[in-house]
Design a protein around this ligand. Structure first.
Ligand SMILES: CCCCC/C=C/C(=O)SCCNC(=O)CCNC(=O)[C@H](O)C(C)(C)COP(=O)(O)OP(=O)(O)OC[C@H]1O[C@@H](n2cnc3c(N)ncnc32)[C@H](O)[C@@H]1OP(=O)(O)O
Ligand SMILES: NC(=O)C1=CN([C@@H]2O[C@H](COP(=O)(O)OP(=O)(O)OC[C@H]3O[C@@H](n4cnc5c(N)ncnc54)[C@H](OP(=O)(O)O)[C@@H]3O)[C@@H](O)[C@H]2O)C=CC1
Length: 300
């Protein structure tokens, strides 16, 4: 074989066009809100049938209705809600959801592991179960969705997976559990991309910085001042990201244009990976609504 051999080269054809994902089926976990919703809209606009699922099924139903209303008549894509609600902390939910997608749609080309989250808590106050809850959600849940997608479909037919993580390069003050879980997802991605490449499965990560979402604003509402005064100045771009800026990165990794990209971590963060998140005063963090759920022993 020589380096000019056709078998090791791939003829280039531009792939950015309407109908990019026509006929393909995608699963977006947590696809009913925020970043997941933007990803679902973009994939459906480009022709995919997008299954969205999370714990709150009625939230997904409302989102699907709204997204489908927004789609132009030219798109072959649409958003549908998973047969049952999905808690990625429950293995059975994941197995059943993927089986039901295959029963109904007969294929699963794309998976976006977007569902996830955490709460704010200083490491020394984090309980064993609190640590486990965040690990189960972000690391084990992502693993189980990857494994079931591979075992039930992609291992035989190929596919593409994008895992959404979170800026963790310099640690995550007061979110140590989530930073560690996301670093775990990124390392898992590095392993899966080599284990599964011969099954024609690409696995990549998109690592967002701070992204403004309506759902996030509900969570972080009272923390707005802290985010604006303390976090914003540390972002080189001097602004937060948008869900659409995350979804376009995800879309690129999923399309043919990225056919030689696997195991990548694509930072979409306005340069934040190259600065430090300020160590937020825990008294500021105490204003976060979800900090209020802290067990008494962990509150200030
Ligand atoms: C500078 C800021 C940058 C921010 C960038 C990041 C943005 C985002 O990620 S936006 C996404 C936000 N959305 C979410 O986080 C939603 C999903 N989150 C959750 O569902 C929870 O946070 C969860 C993952 C922990 C699941 O919670 P839950 O189902 O309530 O957990 P359990 O009832 O099973 O409880 C288990 C264990 O965890 C402790 N715990 C739960 N919440 C808190 C809290 N707020 N503070 C402290 N501890 C908490 C709970 O107490 C249990 O432990 P034990 O009390 O020891 O039994
Ligand atoms: N916004 C930001 O600044 C950043 C966000 N991220 C990450 O991006 C992803 C999307 O976040 P964003 O859109 O901002 O926030 P949202 O809160 O809108 O999205 C989280 C989604 O995950 C779903 N979800 C959470 N836990 C579970 C679970 N156990 N099983 C199934 N679904 C679950 C939620 O639905 P439901 O409650 O119905 O289950 C929700 O739809 C998350 O992983 C987040 O951590 C990363 C970096 C920054």
């Amino acid at each position: 074989m020589t380096s000019s051999d056709e078998s090791i080269r791939k003829p280039w054809k531009s792939c950015f066009r309407d109908g990019l994902f026509d006929g393909q089926v995608a699963l977006v976990t947590g696809g009913g809100t925020g970043i997941g919703r933007a990803i679902s809209l973009e994939l459906a606009t480009l022709g995919a049938i997008v299954v969205i699922a999370s714990r709150n099924r009625s939230k997904c139903e409302d989102a699907a209705k709204e997204i489908n209303r927004q789609l132009s008549g030219n798109s072959k894509g649409r958003v549908v809600v998973g047969k049952s609600s999905l808690n990625i902390r429950k293995e059975e939910d994941i197995e059943n959801l993927i089986a039901s997608i295959l029963e109904e749609h007969k294929r699963l080309d794309i998976v976006v592991n977007n569902a996830g989250g955490q709460f704010v808590c200083p490491a020394e106050d984090l309980s064993n179960r609190g640590f486990s809850a965040v690990m189960e959600t972000n690391l084990r849940g992502t693993f189980l969705v990857c494994r079931e997608s591979f075992n039930q479909w992609m291992g035989e037919h190929g596919g593409r997976i994008v895992n959404i993580t979170l800026g963790n390069r310099n640690g995550m003050p007061y979110m140590m559990h989530s930073g560690a879980a996301r670093a775990g997802v990124e390392n898992m991605t590095a392993t899966l991309c080599t284990e599964w490449i011969n099954s024609d499965v690409r696995v990549n990560c998109v690592r967002p910085g701070v992204v403004y979402t309506d759902s996030g604003a509900e969570n972080y509402g009272e923390a707005e001042d802290m985010l604006l005064e303390r976090v914003l100045p540390s972002i080189p771009a001097k602004r937060f990201g948008t869900p659409e800026e995350i979804s376009s990165a995800v879309t690129w990794l999923l399309c043919e244009g990225a056919s030689y990209v696997t195991g990548a971590i694509l930072c979409v963060d306005g340069g934040s990976s190259y600065t430090f998140l300020p160590l937020i005063d825990i008294e500021d963090a105490a204003h976060l609504p979800f900090y209020g759920k802290l067990p008494k022993k962990a509150r200030l």
